[in-house]
Design a protein around this ligand. Structure first.
Ligand SMILES: [Zn+2]
Length: 617
């Protein structure tokens, strides 16, 4: 994973100024400039000026954040207006507001920012001399600057009441330079800017650096090595699991030593991936991180071009009815790559603008993706007669397998809780071809199915039953469905039909499944004759235990006889036969109810013996 990010970063053109400066948001409407001028090698303060914030000038404004609540590392300070504090428009309030800006933003932050810049980046002698001179001038002209700034703010109320930025500019030979183009700053950042990534070597006030050590990525002995250089901060040394050398953070570099040059590549890789390789899968967002087995610059560049085009494609096709097909298209495309690349999937969520990794699936070869896709195609084809699309007024619902089916069962609603972690675990197991627990699935299947049943929501009942079955068939075909297996020997009634469903490998299951079919037939007859389905209420809210199961068979036969429409003798005999072989104690009520529910939905595929039924069912 890290190697992949490093590889991606290695083929990017890194522009250090672009990389380390922060965009100043549009809500900061104005830029107030404290202007210095150089005449005859002597710097002096000349005036206060202002302009509107321009998004094109990010690198010129050159804001580099410092520690929280501390000064920035370049002479720029953000001045958000505290509206709740300084809202009254009387002189007293205006003076207080201006004093607040002078004290907190100008004296505390802006003046210290130059000091912070010199400390962070240690400019060369020549540049340092210029910056020191400017610092000295600021010190001696502090009063003049403050007074001018005070006048400026009291005269320009439109600027005062808005969010703004204060920065220094520098005039030389008649041209005004912003911080990002002022040579002593620009040159220093270009040569030393990597030290802006202080979080790569300093955390909670503890520095982790070493000299003349081996770098994890370029495999060279480097002058300086950092200990916390982790993109996406997912391998944070705060995590116990990643600290092999105990908890002494100072020595983090021993576990994961990265030289400053490689740290920048990680940073650029992270940025590229975040901006260009975002995808969706089964309703979750993920970042795709490719990783070549043998790194080659050109190969990586070509690969990134292809991947980026998929991303553009998927982002431009957000038609909700087709999203699952687009997601699948991406996986299909990835599966066509050769096995010299592995893919890492970083599933994430953004909560309150914080980036949280929720699942990491690492080093998946394209051949694995191919297996997952091919099995899906096989299952769809093999069972297509049982999964005919359902047409609604709005759309056509098809049952071609996609991973979103699984999410649907685990997603919380108004009344049920979210089982996200279980769901992610299942998706993870599928990618790694590890067993997926039948019992875990069954629990969620029956929760959704039973809810539709008791709410008389026949449409969704049908969708959930068919989707759940498709999930089981897919996992079974992929050989990762973890379930108890049974063996049935000898000739069995209706075996041709029943053996189509590999999970119906036991007498009790078959009895319940066939009973579900018979129930459907009876309900259909009732609906045809009475336009109602009174027998629905005899199904015990779809909680089918042994007692209910044994009660239902004679009840259903009696009803059919009563209507003189008992066309299902063969079915009834088969149920009786399987009952004699059953052992209900092996199954939970949920599992029994599930086979019954499958029968309710698939009953329409059981052979039709009556002309009347055929035309109406
Ligand atoms: Zn290195």
């Amino acid at each position: 994973m890290l190697e992949g990010i490093y590889q991606v970063g290695s083929v990017q053109n890194s522009d250090i100024l672009e990389d380390i400066t922060q965009r100043i948001e549009e809500k900061y409407k104005y830029i107030i400039k404290i202007v210095f001028e150089n005449q005859d090698d002597q710097w002096s303060f000349v005036k206060i000026d202002s302009e509107e914030n321009s998004q094109d000038k990010k690198n010129l404004y050159c804001l580099v954040d410092g520690p929280s609540n501390g000064p920035s590392r370049t002479p720029v300070v953000l001045v958000p207006v505290e509206k709740n504090k300084f809202f009254r428009n009387n002189q007293e309030n205006i003076d207080a507001h201006i004093n607040d800006i002078l004290e907190k933003k100008f004296r505390k932050k802006l003046l210290n920012s130059l000091k912070s810049f010199i400390e962070t980046y240690s400019p060369n002698e020549e540049n340092k001399a210029v910056l020191n001179q400017i610092q000295a001038i600021i010190e001696t002209s502090k009063e003049a600057i403050e007074n001018t700034l005070r006048d400026f703010l009291s005269q320009n109320s439109t600027i005062r009441v808005e969010n703004k930025v204060i920065l220094f500019t520098f005039i030389e030979n008649g041209k005004e330079y912003y911080p990002g183009e002022f040579i002593p700053i620009k040159e220093t950042i270009e040569s030393q800017g990597k030290y802006a990534f202080t979080d790569f070597y300093s955390k909670y006030g503890i520095e982790s650096k070493a000299n003349n050590k081996y770098c994890f990525f370029c495999h060279k002995i480097k002058d300086e090595i950092w200990g916390y250089a982790s993109p996406f901060s997912f391998y944070t040394v705060d995590k116990e699991s990643f600290v092999s050398g105990g908890f002494n953070q100072k020595y983090a570099w021993r576990n994961y030593p990265v030289c400053p040059d490689c740290a920048i590549k990680l940073k650029t890789g992270e940025k590229y991936v975040s901006n260009n390789l975002r995808f969706n899968f089964a309703e979750y967002k993920y970042l795709l991180i490719p990783q070549l087995l043998f790194f080659d610059k050109n190969q990586m560049k070509e690969l990134l071009k292809r991947l980026q085009s998929y991303s553009t494609f998927s982002l431009s096709n957000q038609d909700s009815t087709r999203i699952d097909r687009i997601e699948e298209y991406i996986v299909r495309k990835l599966s066509e790559e050769n096995n010299l690349v592995n893919f890492n999937f970083m599933f994430y969520e953004i909560n309150n603008s914080a980036f949280n990794i929720i699942l990491l699936i690492q080093e998946i070869p394209p051949s694995r993706l191919k297996t997952l896709i091919e099995k899906r195609d096989e299952v769809d084809e093999k069972f297509k007669e049982f999964f005919m699309p359902i047409k609604t007024k709005k759309e056509e619902v098809d049952f071609n397998f996609h991973f979103g089916f699984i999410v649907e069962f685990f997603k919380g609603g108004k009344e049920d809780i979210d089982f996200k972690n279980d769901c992610l675990q299942i998706l993870r197991n599928i990618f790694y071809l590890k067993p997926v627990s039948f019992d875990l699935l069954l629990d969620r299947f029956m929760a959704k199915i039973r809810k539709c049943f008791v709410n008389n929501d026949e449409f969704n009942l049908e969708l959930f039953i068919l989707k759940s079955l498709k999930i089981l068939l897919y996992l079974k075909e992929t050989n990762i469905l973890d379930r108890r297996r049974y063996v049935m020997n000898g000739e069995k009634p209706l075996d041709d039909f029943l053996s189509r469903f590999p999970i119906l490998d036991e007498a009790t299951k078959r009895a319940l499944f066939l009973e579900g079919i018979l129930a459907l037939k009876l309900l259909n007859i009732q609906f045809r004759d009475k336009n109602a389905k009174p027998f629905y209420s005899r199904l015990n809210g779809l909680k089918i235990d042994e007692k209910v199961a044994r009660r239902l068979l004679p009840e259903m036969i009696n009803k059919l006889e009563e209507y003189d429409k008992n066309y299902y003798k063969e079915l009834e005999e088969a149920i009786s036969y399987y009952f004699t072989q059953s052992d209900f104690s092996k199954f939970t009520v949920d599992e029994m109810s599930y086979y019954f529910a499958l029968g309710l939905s698939l009953g329409k595929h059981y052979k039709k013996e009556d002309k009347e039924e055929e035309t109406n069912a």
